[in-house]
Design a protein around this ligand. Structure first.
Ligand code: URA
Length: 269
C-alpha cells in the first residue's frame, strides 16, 4: 500500500476517512509510528568491497553457526516453574518467538485456576491483545454463553462451577493469522506445564490449533465430541467458538459436547 505523504496536511475528518479507507483495503496493523514512502527512498550506496582473504591451503572447513534450540529452552524453563505465577514469569522472560515483539500484551489465562474444567484456545485476537485476557472478544462472549448453559463460568470462586481458560500461544499473531507450527512447538511445553500446575479434571481443546498442540492431531470436524486423554486426563475436543460464529449450524454438535462435559463432571463427583 502506497502512502502519499499527504496525511499530515489532512484535517481530522479527512484523516478519519483516510484511516477508514485503509481499514477497508485490509490494513490491520500499524507497523511504525509514521508512514514510509518507499518509492521516495534513495537506494543505499553499494558497500565498499572487502579484499578477499588469501585462500587457505587445502579444503576450507565449514563453520558451524551455533543456533539456539528454542523448543529445548522452552522445555527447560517450563519444567522449572513450580507455580502458575512462576510459569507466567518464565513465559514472559522467554525470547524464542518473534510474536512477543509484535504484540501489545502477554495473555496468560483467565478464570479460576482451581476450576474442574480447563479450556485451551488458540491465541489472543485484537481485543484480547488490548485487554491482556483470553477470550474477551466475540468468540469469548459465545464461549461464556455456551458454558453458562451447563452452569459453568469463569468469574465464580466456586471451583465446582468454574472455568479456567488459556491459549496455545500467549501473544497475538499479526493480523490474526494462525500460529505457525514452529510457534506452536515453542509454546507447547509451557502449555503442558500450565495444565499440570492447574490440574483440572477435564481439558477442552478448542479448534485445530489446540488439537495440534495437545494431541499432535488435525481434523477437529472428525475428532470433536470424542473423549481422549491429555497428560492422562480426560479431554474433549470441541469446535472453536470463532468457527461456530461463522457456522452456526454446528452449534448443534457443540451443544451435544457441552452435555457430554456436564455428564462427565457429574459422573466424576
Ligand atoms: N480465540 C482464541 O482462540 N483465543 C482467544 O483468546 C480469543 C480468540
Amino acid at each position: 500500500l502506497r502512502f502519499t505523504g499527504m496525511e499530515s496536511a489532512l484535517d481530522w475528518h479527512q484523516a478519519k476517512a483516510l484511516l477508514e479507507w485503509y481499514v477497508e483495503l485490509g490494513v490491520t496493523d500499524a507497523v511504525a509510528e509514521a508512514p514510509i514512502d518507499r518509492y521516495e527512498l534513495k537506494p543505499e550506496p553499494p558497500k565498499t568491497p572487502v579484499a578477499p582473504a588469501p585462500a587457505p591451503e587445502g579444503p576450507t572447513p565449514l563453520r558451524e553457526v551455533p543456533r539456539t534450540d528454542w523448543v529445548a529452552v522452552a522445555k527447560e524453563h517450563a519444567a522449572g516453574a513450580g507455580s502458575l505465577a512462576a510459569l507466567a514469569e518464565a513465559m514472559q522472560a522467554y525470547d524464542g518467538s518473534p510474536l512477543k515483539k509484535g504484540a501489545r500484551s502477554f495473555v496468560f489465562s483467565d478464570g479460576n485456576p482451581d476450576a474442574r474444567v480447563m479450556i485451551v484456545g488458540e491465541g489472543p485476537g485484537a481485543e484480547e491483545d488490548r485487554e491482556g485476557k483470553p477470550f474477551v472478544g466475540p468468540a469469548g462472549r459465545l464461549l461464556d454463553q455456551m458454558f453458562a448453559a451447563i452452569g459453568l463460568n469463569r468469574a465464580t470462586p466456586d471451583a465446582q462451577n468454574a472455568l479456567y481458560i488459556t491459549n496455545v500461544v500467549p501473544y497475538r499473531p499479526p493480523g490474526n493469522r494462525n500460529p505457525t507450527p514452529e510457534e506452536i512447538a515453542m509454546f507447547t511445553p509451557f502449555l503442558l506445564r500450565h495444565i499440570e500446575l492447574a490440574d483440572p479434571d477435564i481439558i477442552i481443546p478448542m479448534g485445530n490449533i489446540a488439537l495440534t498442540a495437545l494431541l499432535d492431531r488435525q481434523g477437529i470436524t472428525k475428532l470433536r465430541g470424542t473423549w481422549t486423554e491429555v497428560l492422562g486426563k480426560p479431554a474433549l475436543p470441541m469446535f472453536h467458538p470463532s468457527y461456530l460464529l461463522r457456522n452456526p449450524i454446528s452449534k448443534r454438535e457443540a451443544w451435544a459436547d457441552l452435555l457430554d462435559i456436564q455428564a462427565k463432571l457429574r459422573a466424576k463427583t
